[in-house]
Ligand binder design. Structure first.
Ligand SMILES: *[C@@H]1O[C@H](CO)[C@@H](O)[C@H](O)[C@H]1NC(C)=O
Ligand SMILES: *[C@@H]1O[C@H](CO)[C@@H](O)[C@H](O)[C@H]1NC(C)=O
Ligand SMILES: *[C@@H]1O[C@H](CO)[C@@H](O)[C@H](O)[C@H]1NC(C)=O
Ligand SMILES: *[C@@H]1O[C@H](CO)[C@@H](O)[C@H](O)[C@H]1NC(C)=O
Length: 300
């Protein structure tokens, strides 16, 4: 009887802690390694109390010359992002996770695009096996979907990518999956989200491609994107030294989103490469300030 009471009490405490974490867990999603520059995890400031996700850019279904390999992915992120450096940053910071982003814009001079596989089942099997191997080798926790160019008929995208994520999650190869639509690619991602939203954890919409440079325009754009995808899964995003809203106006925009009833569950940043190799005197300013913003908003 006493044991029952104690174990029930423990269960209650555990459940409470777990639900608090689930409610308050805020995330940073930061792309890293897309430029080929010698970027490392070491310089990036990581605060405790935030789930910090590095998105390694990119794993690509192509050989080195850019020719598609029927679902067989290879890692093409900066060679400085080694398997042991992923293990080291995760060991140093238990709140760090790492994802591989699929595709991206180009490989060398070859522009990458979604293509209709000859046989969808074989594509999914090849993708599952090749990604499982990369994920094990590099100690990764998830994948991000960043196809950026589509053919007119792109119905195969939702099916192949949705099945791939479902299968990777079902076999416990990954625990996190995110998608990264941009201004011109929302349609295929909306279809994917409608069909497979249950296995997609976050939407890293690239707001910096939407040509919004003011807080008012950012709010209107955010309203639009949260009608296309779930508001709770949407992350506002910022391109460091890039397009869209720039500087501290971004944090003003975030405060305005909150004032308008949006809950900000995380922030996507593109990219650690830009922060590491900036000429600005305040390297990693946006990483520091984004985490501060999220921590401020979790404080009771
Ligand atoms: C994807 O497919 C839909 C439906 O066929 C089409 O309207 C759209 O233009 C295609 N491409 C993109 C990038 O949305
Ligand atoms: C994976 O999917 C199979 C087939 O749908 C199902 O039987 C099994 O329970 C699933 N496993 C997990 C861990 O969800
Ligand atoms: C930083 O300065 C160097 C040398 O002047 C220049 O080549 C590079 O483009 C600059 N980088 C940025 C991000 O402005
Ligand atoms: C966090 O809160 C402190 C104290 O209220 C404030 O000074 C700071 O500007 C806030 N930071 C951000 C990024 O919102």
């Amino acid at each position: 009887m006493a044991i029952m009471v104690v174990s029930r009490f423990c269960f209650f405490v555990m459940a409470t802690i777990l639900s608090l974490q689930l409610c308050d867990g805020k995330v940073i999603m930061e792309y890293i390694g897309a430029t080929g520059k010698p970027v490392t995890f070491d310089d990036v400031p990581i605060k405790s109390g935030i789930d910090f996700h590095f998105i390694l850019s990119f794993a690509i279904d192509a050989d080195a010359s850019g020719t598609p390999q029927n679902g067989k992915f290879s890692p093409y992120w900066s060679p400085t992002l080694t398997a042991s450096s992923v293990a080291a940053v995760k060991q140093k910071h238990p709140n760090v996770k790492a994802l591989a982003s699929l595709s991206g814009w180009s490989l060398g001079s070859t522009t990458l695009r979604w293509y209709k596989p000859e046989n969808s089942q074989i594509w999914v099997t090849n993708a599952f096996n090749s990604l499982k191997s990369i994920i094990k080798t590099y100690h990764l926790d998830g994948i991000d979907i960043d196809y950026e160019i589509f053919p007119k008929h792109n119905e195969s995208f939702s099916y192949c990518i949705g099945e791939l994520i479902t299968y990777l999650k079902n076999q416990s190869v990954i625990s996190i999956a995110t998608i990264s639509p941009y201004r011109l690619t929302t349609l295929p991602y909306i279809k994917l989200f409608e069909d497979y939203g249950g296995v997609i954890d976050y939407v890293n919409h690239q707001f910096y491609t939407d040509k919004v440079k003011t807080t008012e325009a950012y709010l209107e754009d955010y309203r639009l994107r949260t009608t296309e995808f779930d508001a709770e899964k949407m992350l506002p995003s910022y391109e460091i030294d890039g397009r869209g809203i720039q500087g501290d106006l971004f944090f003003d925009a975030l405060r305005i989103l909150v004032e308008n009833g949006f809950e900000i569950n995380g922030i996507m940043l593109y990219s650690a490469d830009a922060s590491a190799f900036t000429n600005s005197t305040s390297r990693f300013y946006y990483e520091e300030k984004s985490q501060e913003f999220l921590l401020n908003s979790t404080r009771i």
